[in-house]
Design a protein around this ligand. Structure first.
Ligand code: SF4
Length: 109
């Protein structure tokens, strides 16, 4: 996983207000939908990294979700957001901070 290139990719969202990101994620995020049936893997034991890979696969707003998680939780992030496990987001956070100005940067900025 190239964390530097992930941080670069998020640059395109740097001037999007967090409230807009939240609306987009709530509206279009795959995990925000109400599924009539739970996915077949829901009871499988898996790491957070495996869960992120499965849960977020094909989500159209991964970058928006990841950008929002980095802004709102910073290095204190927990759970799966933006296609990444918390450990991976914590590693990503300093690279993301180095990418410079954003409309909002959240804790640890
Ligand atoms: S990236 Fe993952 S956690 Fe974020 S909205 Fe999409 S499915 Fe949900």
């Amino acid at each position: 996983m190239n964390l530097v290139s992930i941080a670069w990719e998020l640059d395109r969202l740097r001037w999007v207000p967090s409230a807009v990101l939240a609306l987009v994620v709530e509206r279009d995020g795959l995990c925000m939908e109400t599924f009539p049936d739970l996915p077949p893997w829901v009871d499988e034991e898996m790491t957070d990294r495996e869960l992120a890979a499965r849960m977020c696969a094909g989500c159209p707003v991964r970058d928006e979700c990841l950008e929002l998680a980095l802004r709102t939780a910073g290095a204190d992030t927990v759970g799966v957001w933006g296609g990444l496990a918390a450990d991976d987001r914590r590693e990503l956070h300093p690279h993301w901070l180095q990418r410079g100005e954003r409309v909002e940067r959240g804790p640890g900025s």
